[in-house]
Design a protein around this ligand. Structure first.
Ligand code: FAD
Length: 420
C-alpha cells in the first residue's frame, strides 16, 4: 500500500513516522520550499494525551529528542487581573504525580524539525497540492501546482486550515469566524524582560482576564535544563541552538466589535500599537512587555473554528488535523488532536496494509472516532459584562482560598484536558 500525505506539519509528519516504522510505503508532499522555512516560532502546549499519541507515532529515540527540546514544564497555571492581581493559581504538581511529565511546551518549528528526522528521503518540499483525481482502478492521483503528479492507494489531507484536499473531498465543510481578534508576539528572555514577570508568572503560564471580554496569555519558555545537560549536546549536536531560545510569548485577544481596528491588514509595528491600545489601562509591566517586543515577531492570529460536519461516505481520501477540524488556538487542542488523529489513522492504515481490515473500512473506523472526539468548539460570544467578570473573579478567588477544593477542581480540569 502506498500512502500519500499532503502537508508536513504536526499531524502529517507524525503519521508518516508511524507508517514508516510499520513498513508502509509513505511519501509526504509539502508546500513550503524547504524544511527550515519558519513555520511558526510560537509555542505549542502538548497535553498528556498529545504526548501519548506522539509516543505512539515515533520511535523511542525520537521521543527522547522531543522531550529534550521541550521547555521546562510550567509549575503554575495562573489567572490574573489585568493589574496582575492573582485571582486563582493552580499548582500543576497538584494534578497528580505524572502531571509535570505530561504537560509540555515545545516551539512549533522545533517540533517540525524533530518529526522530520529519519524522513529525509520521504518528504518532498516545494510541492503544493492543487487537486486530486480518483482513478478507475481504485488508486488516487495527487496533482501539484508545478504540474507533477503522483499516484498512490490512499491520500491523506494533512494540509492545515486552508486544506486543498478538504476543498475537493468535503466542499460542504466550512470554517466559522469566531468574532475574536488576536495578536501574538514573542520576546527574548533577558534579565530585563524576566523582571517584568512575578516568580509565579516566570515559572508558569498566566491567563489575564480583563474587562470587556479582553484577555491575554503569557508563557515563559526556558530550556536551561537541556542546555546544561552535556548528554543532550553530545546526542543531538544539531539541536543545540534550538535550546538557546529562552523567550516570553504573549497573546492578547478581544471581541472584534470592541477593537478599534481590524488587525488583518496591519504591519508588525501597527499590531504592536494596537495591542498597546487594547491594553492601555493594564499593568505597566504588561504594557512594557508588549512595547519591548520586536515588530517582526508580532502576528495577527486568525481565530477560526470548523463548523461540525455530519458523517460522510468514506473513501481512500481522508483528512486529519486542522484540515478537518480547525480549533481556536485558545483551546490549546489543535496540535494535540492532530497527533491523536495521526496515531489513530496510522493504526488503522497499518491494519489495512497487513490485510486485517479492508482499506475503506479502516478509514471509516478512523473517521467515525475522529469526528466523535474532535467537535465541540464553543464559538466566542463577546458578552462578558463587568458584572459577569466580577462574579467570575469572585468565585475564582473563593476557590483560590480553599486548597482542597482548588486541588480537586484542577485535577478535574487536567483529566478533561488529558482525555479530550
Ligand atoms: C498561536 C497559536 C498557538 C497554538 N497553540 C496551541 C497549543 O498550545 N496546543 C495545541 O494543541 N495547538 C495549538 N495551536 C494549534 C496548532 O498549531 C495546530 O492545530 C496544529 O499545528 C495543526 O497541525 P496540522 O498538522 O493539522 O496542520 P499544520 O501543522 O498547520 O500543517 C499543515 C501543513 O500543510 C502544508 N500545506 C498547506 N497547504 C498545502 C498544499 N496545498 N500542499 C502541500 N502542503 C500544504 C503547510 O505548509 C503545513 O506545513 C496553536 C496555533 C496557533 C496559531
Amino acid at each position: 500500500m502506498k500512502v500519500l500525505i499532503i502537508g508536513a506539519g504536526t499531524g502529517g509528519l507524525a503519521l508518516a513516522q508511524l507508517l514508516k516504522q510499520a513498513g508502509v510505503c509513505v511519501a509526504v508532499y509539502e508546500r513550503d520550499l524547504q524544511p527550515n522555512t519558519d513555520s511558526g516560532g510560537y509555542r505549542v502546549g502538548i497535553s498528556p494525551a498529545g504526548n501519548r499519541a506522539l509516543r505512539a507515532c515515533i520511535p523511542g529515540e525520537l521521543y527522547d529528542l522531543y522531550v529534550a527540546t521541550c521547555a521546562r514544564s510550567p509549575r503554575y497555571f495562573n489567572m490574573l487581573t489585568e493589574q496582575l492581581c492573582e485571582v486563582l493559581s493552580f499548582d500543576i504538581d497538584d494534578a497528580g504525580p505524572n502531571a509535570l511529565d505530561g504537560e509540555r511546551n515545545v516551539i512549533r518549528k522545533t517540533l517540525r524539525r524533530v518529526l522530520l528526522r529519519g524522513l529525509e528521503d520521504d518528504v518532498l518540499f516545494g510541492k503544493a497540492l492543487q487537486g486530486y483525481s480518483s482513478n478507475a482502478d481504485g488508486s488516487v492521483t495527487a496533482c501539484f501546482q508545478d504540474g507533477s503528479r503522483v499516484t498512490g492507494d490512499v491520500l491523506v489531507g494533512a494540509d492545515g486550515t486552508g486544506s486543498a484536499v478538504r476543498r475537493q473531498r468535503l466542499p460542504e465543510a466550512r470554517l466559522e469566524d469566531t468574532g475574536i481578534i488576536s495578536i501574538g508576539g514573542k520576546i527574548p528572555m533577558t534579565a530585563e524582560t524576566k523582571a517584568l514577570l512575578s516568580d509565579k508568572m516566570f515559572e508558569g503560564m498566566s491567563l489575564i482576564m480583563a474587562p470587556m471580554g479582553f484577555g491575554a496569555i503569557i508563557h515563559s519558555l526556558e530550556f536551561a535544563d537541556s542546555r546544561n545537560d552535556p548528554g543532550v549536546a553530545a546526542r543531538w549536536p544539531d539541536f543545540v541552538e534550538a535550546l538557546d531560545e529562552d523567550s516570553i510569548g504573549w497573546g492578547i485577544w478581544g471581541a472584534r466589535q470592541n477593537c478599534p481596528r481590524d488587525p488583518a491588514t496591519l504591519s508588525g509595528e501597527q499590531l504592536r500599537e494596537l495591542a498597546l491600545e487594547l491594553a492601555r489601562d493594564w499593568h505597566p509591566h504588561l504594557r512594557t512587555l508588549i512595547r519591548m517586543t520586536a515588530p517582526s515577531t508580532i502576528r495577527d492570529i486568525k481565530v477560526r473554528t470548523s463548523v461540525p460536519l455530519t458523517p460522510w461516505a468514506s473513501s481512500n481520501v481522508t483528512l486529519l488535523g486542522d484540515a478537518i477540524h480547525t480549533m481556536t488556538p485558545g483551546r490549546g487542542a489543535g496540535a494535540n488532536t492532530a497527533l491523536r488523529d495521526a496515531a489513530l489513522l496510522g493504526h488503522m492504515l497499518v491494519e489495512a496494509d497487513q490485510g486485517r481490515k479492508p482499506l475503506v473500512e479502516a478509514i471509516h473506523a478512523y473517521e467515525v472516532e475522529m469526528l466523535r472526539y474532535s467537535t465541540g468548539d464553543l464559538v466566542h460570544r463577546p458578552l462578558v459584562g463587568r458584572l459577569q467578570l466580577a462574579v467570575t473573579r469572585g468565585v475564582m478567588r473563593i476557590v483560590n482560598a480553599m486548597p482542597a477544593v482548588k486541588r480537586r477542581a484542577f485535577r478535574q480540569m487536567m483529566r478533561v484536558r488529558g482525555e479530550n
